[in-house]
Design a protein around this ligand. Structure first.
Ligand SMILES: Cc1ncc(COP(=O)(O)O)c(C=O)c1O
Length: 389
């Protein structure tokens, strides 16, 4: 494809890492996973990181862990404030655990939650805020963190789209009490599938290790407060203390993750160079609303929302992009209210959801990759221009 949505960032280092794992014989959750977790936590200046088999599983395990913390655990029926645009599995674990969503509209320019509506979203049942930095662009994490602190709420950061981004010098994915990342193929680093739960809270780290691994104590460090070991070694070897899952990572994900993590800064720099060109090509043109950077974006992709005040027709532009062999897609998962799955949710909205619907109906994104995309972006500009004229 002339300009695809994503491309592989693997090379000889990743293949050699896989080869070492396969020859070593230990294939699941061993030393490579542990080393990747330690390196990941260190890279983001956090105490703990727990690798699982996807970003979706990271969200699921993190939500589950919050139901088992000793101090004020979440309970069914609690309310959670969420943005109207995110990926499906930001929301699905919340539904699966019986939480009630308070859906807040997004800002059409940043595509992140409109924080001017936070106070209106608050009810006596509110227990948590889920922040999502859409497509590399930091949400107002400082405002959201302060809001949570002021009201005694849990702050959950789903940072699956924004590895490498930061706000006020602090990395996205470190502002929450619990934070999640994805290392799926198209993301900033790739382990094929993969996700990470990151936290400074040792209790959450231990709970996540139990929940990802069948509810089993085996992967919990000695001396954990989660349970009192008995002297019966036979029983202790297979002790299940929580209703868990098996969302364990493979060793090759740990080994490849270590290689990729070392390249993250370079990847993000290359993405930012492409972003500078994209912004130059599309800014100052009222027909297009492109994502406005807030803090330092890691530019997952390039969004265009066709200005509702103007004429450009999305169907026409999409046909032109198809003809030009340029990949495009919906902005993240679009507006959550527009999917059939919403009928299974207990939710309310904070006022009308207007901007997220505009992004859903008039927006799309094209890919960003950690290599020079000058020819692709120049062609994109020409094709869009021609389709608009
Ligand atoms: C905001 C957000 N959360 C969660 C996920 C799920 O991550 P994964 O695809 O690794 O399951 C994604 C995936 O892109 C995402 O964009």
């Amino acid at each position: 494809m002339f300009y695809d949505l994503a491309s592989s960032t693997w090379g000889p280092d990743e293949l050699a890492a896989i080869d070492r794992v396969l020859r070593g014989g230990r294939l699941t959750m061993g030393d490579a996973v542990r080393r990747f977790e330690e390196a990941f936590a260190a890279k983001f200046g956090m105490r703990h990181a727990v690798l699982v088999n996807s970003g979706s599983s990271a969200n699921l395990v993190a939500v589950a862990a919050l139901f088992h913390v000793k101090d004020r655990p979440l309970a069914r029926g609690d309310e959670v404030i969420v943005p109207a645009i995110s990926w499906a599995t930001t929301y699905h674990p919340l539904q699966q655990y019986g939480l009630r969503l308070r859906i807040v509209d997004v800002d059409l320019h940043t595509l992140n939650i409109d924080v001017t509506q936070l106070e209106a979203a608050l009810t006596p049942r509110t227990r948590m805020v889920v922040a999502v930095s859409i497509l590399g662009n930091p949400a107002a994490l400082d405002v959201l963190r302060a809001f949570c602190d002021r009201h005694g709420l849990i702050f959950f950061e789903d940072n699956c789209e924004s590895m490498g981004a930061s706000l006020d010098g602090r990395p996205c994915g470190t502002w929450g009490d619990v934070n999640t990342f994805s290392t799926f193929f198209s993301h900033h680093i790739s382990t094929m599938e993969g996700g990470m739960i990151v936290t400074d809270r040792t209790e959450i780290d231990h709970l996540a290790r139990v929940i990802r691994n069948h509810g089993w104590t085996r992967d919990v460090p000695a001396g954990s407060d989660l349970f009192e070991p008995s002297a019966d070694g036979f029983f202790e070897a297979y002790r299940f203390i929580l209703p868990g899952y098996n969302v364990r990572p493979l060793e090759i994900c740990g080994a490849v993750g270590l290689e990729q993590l070392g390249k993250l800064d370079g990847f993000v720099e290359a993405r930012r160079r492409n972003a500078a060109l994209f912004v130059r090509l599309f800014a100052d043109d009222d027909r297009f609303i492109i994502q406005r950077e807030h803090g330092r974006s890691s530019w997952f992709s390039f969004t265009i929302v066709l200005n509702p005040a103007g004429a450009p027709d999305r169907a026409r532009i999409m046909a032109a992009l198809r003809d030009a062999d340029i990949g495009f897609r919906m902005i993240t998962g679009g507006c959550v209210l527009r999917h059939e799955a919403i009928r299974f949710f207990d939710y309310t909205t904070v006022g009308d959801i207007v901007q997220a619907n505009i992004a859903h109906d008039r927006g799309f994104f094209v890919g960003n990759h950690p290599v020079d995309l000058t020819p692709q972006l120049m062609r994109l500009r020409e094709v869009v221009e021609r389709a608009c004229s």
